[in-house]
Design a protein around this ligand. Sequence first.
Ligand code: ZN
Length: 204
Amino acid sequence: MNPIDKLSQYFKEFPGIGERQAKRFVYFLLHKNPGYVKELGDSILSIKDLIHQCPSCFLFFQGDRDELCSVCRDIKTDKTSLLIIEKDADYENIKRSKNYSGMYFILGGLAPIVTKETPSFLRLKELLSTIETRAKNTNLKEVIIALSLNPQGEHTDMYLREKMSPLQEKYKFKIVSLGRGLSTGTELEYSDSDTIKNALLNRQ
Ligand SMILES: [Zn+2]
């Protein structure tokens, strides 16, 4: 395959990138100076070595493999509260709203409505084990479900409540949903800081 086509095949796999944009990226790089392209190549190569996923909350962070991320380690983090979000971009958004100081958990996706089976991308087992550890060690008081307000998000909300209920019985923490402050159809990823702040304040 010719190198231009080969590289554009890679770009095509990026989220939201089509054939034409992929080609534009390749030509953009061809017009750039070699130093820029080398630095880009190096940072792509090193990202997997420098960035790892936290084994407790699954956030990506700069640090060693198997180490906890800075949010989980920080003594200022409120360890009695755990907020469940779908993906990394949601974390950025909630952090920006500056209204939440607890811990996070990245679920990895939403539960499909059609099947009863838990899909492999959904970190249900990991979530339950993080909750249990937190309930035992840090007096977990509240789990906040912060998923998008669409049918699949609401389905996942109910699904998680059901799966967490044995642990809730045992450790007596509260489960709330962020949904009330957001309007129907809202994607957390595209909500502004004020909307998220309100939703956090009005959680129930
Ligand atoms: Zn963490």
